[in-house]
Every structure is written in C-alpha cells, then in structure tokens.
Design a protein around this ligand. Structure first.
Ligand code: NAP
Length: 363
C-alpha cells in the first residue's frame, strides 16, 4: 500500500518530535511536511531544532532534510498532505483554533493535541478505546463549518489518559461510577521543552499546573457523553475531583485514584477480570498503534512506576496496580500512562488510524 502523506504542525517541539520518531516506520503514514513558528520557517529541519533532537535516537533522514514551513502557511501543507497532526503551542488559543480550522477548510483532517478545540461543542475529544463512535459527528461538524473533506478531532489532556480507560472499562461493564478523586503526579515532559525550570522541579514537587485540574475534571465528561443534534452533551452522574502535581520524572504520568461506585461495588476479583478482558475498537480492528491489552494490571505491591512501566506495549498501554479497599470510598488504585506517547503523539496516531479505517479520511 502506498503510504499516506502527513504533516506535523509544531514539528520542532516535544510532541512534534515524538510524532516524527513514532511515525518513522509507520505502515500507513509518512511525514512529508514539518511546520513550526515563523522563526523556524525556511530552514532545514535538522538545523532548526534549537535545543537539539530531545526524544532519543536520530532524526529520521528524510525528515532531517525537509524545509520547515510556517504553521500559518496552510496552502503549502494542502499541496502535500492528506491530513495533519497538530502539536503547536501558542499563548492565544483562539489563534490555534483559527489555524486548525484553516487546515480543515483546506480539506485536511486535523488530529490535534492542543487544548484549544476541546471545548468546541461539535469537536470530539477522542480516546480510541472509549468513544470511537464520537467520530460519527464529523459530517455534522463539516456541515456546520462548510468543510468538505477536512475536520478537527482532538486528544484529551495527558493527565487523564492513565485513569479514564480503567474507569470506562468498569462503566462499560455495567458498574455505575459516581465519584472519583484523582491525585496526579505528572512528568516534566508534559510541559514541553524546555518546560519547567530545573530550579523549580529538582528535589521538589510543584502542587500546581495551570488549568490542569479543570481539564482533568471536565474533559472525561465530554468523552463519556453523547452527541445530540450535532453537539456533545456531557455525561451526568459522575463527579471528579483532581489534584495535579508536577514531579521530577522525565516521562510518565502517574495517578492515584479513589473510586466510589453508585449502588453496589463489584468484587475486587471482578474489577481485575474486567480490566484484563477489556478491549476496544482499535484492538478489534488491529490498528498498528493499538496496544494488544489496553489495561495491564501489575500484581507487584510497588507497581506501576514511571521508569518500569511507561513503555508497556510501545508506550500505548495503561498500567494499573495496587487495587485495594478504600476506607472512605470503595476502592483505590494507581494508574500510569506515557504522557508523550499514549497521552500525546501515540494517541493522536491511533486516532488517525481509527478515522482512516472508519472511512473518514481520504488517502
Ligand atoms: P513545545 O515543546 O513547547 O513545542 C511547541 C511547538 O509549537 C514548537 O514546534 C514551536 O515551534 C511551535 N510554536 C511556538 N510558537 C508558535 C507560533 N507562533 N506559530 C506556530 N508554531 C509555534 O510543546 P509540546 O509539549 O510539544 O506541546 C505541543 C502541544 O501538545 C501543546 O498544545 C500541548 O498542550 C499539547 N500536549 C503536550 C503533551 C506533552 O506531554 N508534552 C501531552 C498532550 C498534549 P518553534 O520551535 O519554531 O518555536
């Protein structure tokens, strides 16, 4: 099969580099276009990485030679790309929305990592194992904006990637989950590059990440919600309270979760069985980036840990452990996911694979 040409917006950043690294040998997609800020535009990709290639290994040879384009120059991408992965950052969220809309208007589906469109009522926040049916809103979105082939699909905040799939698996198995308390310990790579100052994070924990607790509490309700008349209506009946902390870990967001069920709590063995057997649409479709087992339970009393578990199944699986009774709620457990893979570039790639397989992307 001839590979599909794709572009990376924000190609020089932490997530953009991760996209380029993960797509190097992708069976379906090939990076042909790299875009970043106007300061980077016009130079060779290999020369423009201000702080070097920070994701390990080497810059893929064909990408190293690409001339970096300005994210604002949509027509250059339209000539080459079937769709784009968006991972650029700007202080003005309305400008990010404007650019992403321009790509969609020019006929390119946009798979975005930015938060700018997560609140847009007809833009799905997609976790491929949880709400693949939310892609069905695409025709209504295209009609609302007058787009023909383009659309925007976003990924959720990386903080909720670790705990939401295990919670969803329980809900999907018929157990009403009423309340969650989440305490996240989030890696420094989550803040991009150079991100958090070393002075702030070495030998320290920062108990504040701007906007993160709101996203952790609200985005799951949209993901678990349903589309009605071309708009997403948030899920009702689940309340989430989040504490988000920055910790001196390079990659891997860990969350301690307390869970209260609605009526009767399932037995511990039942919860473990649900997690073990859980599979989603990406697994059924055997998508290239789908982890074989989306939720991996570790029996060891001191797991999961970022160092040992973040790369589980190419960084795409969520690892959970320490499921035990809680003296205030019903159970508590610990969950971990790789923030720049499952929580960013890998999750974006999986979303694109799903949209392609479901016929929403024209090769
Ligand atoms: P980053 O390392 O700071 O990279 C930012 C990127 O945006 C760079 O490519 C930069 O290009 C580009 N950029 C900056 N100003 C621009 C402008 N005016 N016009 C066009 N491009 C501009 O950030 P990151 O961590 O990769 O995050 C990228 C996006 O992914 C953000 O929306 C972030 O919230 C989201 N995200 C990140 C993670 C994570 O774990 N890091 C997880 C989930 C989602 P130059 O090099 O030319 O400045």
């Amino acid at each position: 099969m001839k590979k599909i040409s794709v572009g990376i917006l924000g190609a020089t950043g932490m997530v953009g580099q991760k996209y380029i690294q993960l797509l190097e040998n992708h069976p379906w997609f090939e990076v042909v276009h790299a875009a970043a800020s106007p300061q980077s535009a016009g130079k060779k990709y290999k020369d423009v990485l201000k702080n070097g290639w920070i994701v390990g290994g080497n810059v893929p040879a064909h990408v190293a030679q690409l001339t970096v384009e300005d994210v604002g120059d949509v027509s250059k991408a339209a000539k080459k790309c079937a769709f784009v992965f968006s991972a650029f950052e700007m202080p003005e969220k309305d400008l990010i929305r404007k650019y992403e809309n321009e790509y969609a208007a020019a006929g390119m589906p946009v798979f975005s990592n930015a938060s700018a469109h997560r609140g847009t009522e007809n833009v799905p926040i997609l976790i491929a194992e949880i709400n693949p049916h939310h892609l069905e809103i695409i025709p209504a979105q295209q009609k609302a904006y007058g787009w023909k082939k383009g659309f925007v699909v976003v990924k959720p905040n990386c903080s909720l990637q670790s705990y939401l799939t295990p919670i969803y698996a329980l809900i999907a198995a018929g157990h009403k989950v009423e309340k969650l308390i989440i305490t996240s310990m989030q890696a420094v790579s989550g803040a991009g590059y150079p991100g958090v100052a070393s002075w702030d994070v070495i030998d320290n924990v920062v108990p504040f990440i701007s906007g993160e607790e709101e996203k952790t509490e609200q985005e799951p309700l949209k993901i678990l919600g349903e589309a009605k008349e071309g708009k997403f209506v948030p899920f009702k009946g689940l309340t989430i309270s989040a504490h988000c902390n920055r910790v001196p870990v390079s990659d891997g967001h860990l969350a301690c979760v307390n869970i209260l069920f609605g009526k009767k709590k399932p037995a511990r063995e039942k919860v473990l069985d649900i997690w073990k057997k859980f599979r989603g649409e990406p697994q059924k479709l055997k998508l290239p980036f789908a982890p074989e087992q989306p939720i991996i339970y570790r029996e060891e009393p001191n797991r999961p840990q970022p160092k040992t578990d973040r790369d589980a199944d190419k960084g795409m699986a969520v690892t959970v452990g320490r499921l035990r009774l809680d003296s205030v709620f019903d159970f508590k457990f610990v969950a971990l996911s790789h923030n720049t893979i499952r929580g960013a570039a890998g999750g974006g790639i999986l979303n694109a694979e799903l949209a392609l397989k479901k016929g929403y992307v024209e090769p």
